[in-house]
Design a protein around this ligand. Structure first.
Ligand SMILES: Cc1ncc(COP(=O)(O)O)c(C=O)c1O
Length: 382
């Protein structure tokens, strides 16, 4: 089985696992305990916070460890909006966001009475400076725009968008869950106030993430209880996972250039070959401003989920954006936002490369895919 789905998740790097292991048994203390077991665990969490802060270029106390990217997004949006309780306040985000952002924004509108406006995206699925500037008003509290899109790989102009937010005195959050594996996540270069990260996208463990919170940004805690994480996120620290998260992020930053050099030529080869050999195929997302390991397409008159099953049977793990709800496939919000009609949008395919990908994997995939697309098309018609 060949994995071409590294945007879904990645295996834990051996070096990361080695750092985590002592904190499961030998150094199993609770960082909140006074005694030496506790002190050792607390030192590990402190060190992880410093390591994370050094990659982000921020202060350690601006890092809030969470259970993952989804929780970081939830804390950012709900935490910031609830800190501005006035229901006449607006939140701005886009339909291309991960559901951890878009569904949280919808909940803020439907359950808490805040006002929600969807930002326009261009044909590549990017939020432009013009679209943000047009939507901002005096009552806007925050804007949330992802750094790089999980489904179509498009990288948003975060530093430029954050400048618009700053000029208009609104908070700016970015979901960098996909971006952190390959892009610079220095918060001062980006100029953002809040940024979400998730460990399992960059060879760290699942179930751990972080939210960067710029000093002075008011958030309402979303898990109340103990005073961990500056009282914004109660609960005994998941010490081994926090240690693993920080080490994985550190390695991703340190090895960024080599990792890009490994995946990008293979990714470019995939894009060129697919567009050339498969009729009625289109690249989705931006042709250049996209994650270096990410290739995504739509194929006309193909059921994307069926294509995934055919690929799986042939030994390839890929992904599609469309969710299959009780046998009635629905095209993804993201591909629909690009303006594709249903006959195109249902046939989405995402191929994402990673550390284990080899040119042989890519060649085998490119040999197999055209026939499977033809097969999926004939089954679609039958
Ligand atoms: C852009 C983006 N945001 C948020 C998430 C959720 O992260 P987690 O799985 O760590 O909760 C994902 C995961 O796929 C993602 O791709």
């Amino acid at each position: 089985m060949i994995c071409l789905d590294y945007a879904a998740t990645t295996p834990v790097d051996e070096r990361v696992l080695a750092k985590m292991m002592p904190y499961f048994r030998e150094a199993f203390g609770n960082p909140s305990s006074i005694h030496r077991f506790g002190q050792k665990a607390e030192a590990a969490v402190d060190e992880a916070r410093e390591k994370t802060a050094s990659v982000l270029g921020c202060q350690p106390d601006e890092i809030i460890f969470t259970s993952g990217g989804s929780e970081a997004d939830n804390l950012a949006l709900r935490g910031a909006m609830m800190a501005h309780k006035d229901a006449s306040k607006w939140i701005l985000t886009a339909k291309t966001e991960h559901p951890a952002v878009s569904k949280t924004a919808i909940q803020l509108e439907q359950e808490y009475g805040f006002l929600l406006e969807w930002l326009d995206v261009n044909e590549h699925g990017a939020v432009t400076v013009e679209s943000l500037a047009k939507a901002v008003c005096n009552n806007t509290t925050m804007a949330s725009v992802m750094y790089a899109n999980n489904e179509i790989g498009t990288i948003n102009p975060i530093a430029d968008l954050a400048e618009v937010a700053k000029a208009n005195n609104i908070l700016f959050h970015t979901d960098a869950v996909q971006a952190a594996a390959y892009l610079d996540v220095n918060v001062n270069k980006l100029g953002i106030d809040l940024m979400s990260l998730g460990g399992h996208k960059f060879y760290g463990p699942k179930g751990v993430g972080a939210l960067y919170v710029r000093k002075g940004t008011n958030l309402v805690p979303h898990l109340t209880g103990g005073s961990q994480e500056s009282s914004l996120r109660a609960g005994t620290h998941n010490v081994p996972y926090i240690v693993g998260f920080a080490e994985a992020l550190h390695l991703a930053a340190e090895e960024r250039e080599a990792r890009i050099a490994h995946v990008k030529p293979m990714r470019d080869h995939i894009i060129g070959a697919i567009l050339e050999t498969i009729s009625d195929s289109r690249l989705t997302g931006h042709p250049e401003q996209r994650l270096p390991n990410h290739a995504s397409f739509v194929f006309k008159d193909v059921d994307g989920n069926l294509l995934l099953q055919l690929l799986d049977a042939a030994g390839f793990a890929c992904s599609s954006g469309s969710a299959c709800k009780t046998g009635n496939p629905e095209p993804s919000e993201v591909v629909t936002a690009l303006g594709y009609s249903r006959d195109w949008a249902l046939g989405s395919l995402r191929i994402t490369l990673g550390a284990g990908t080899t040119p042989e994997h890519v060649d085998a995939f490119l040999k197999t895919l055209p026939d499977l697309v033809t097969k999926a098309r004939s089954l679609n018609q039958g």
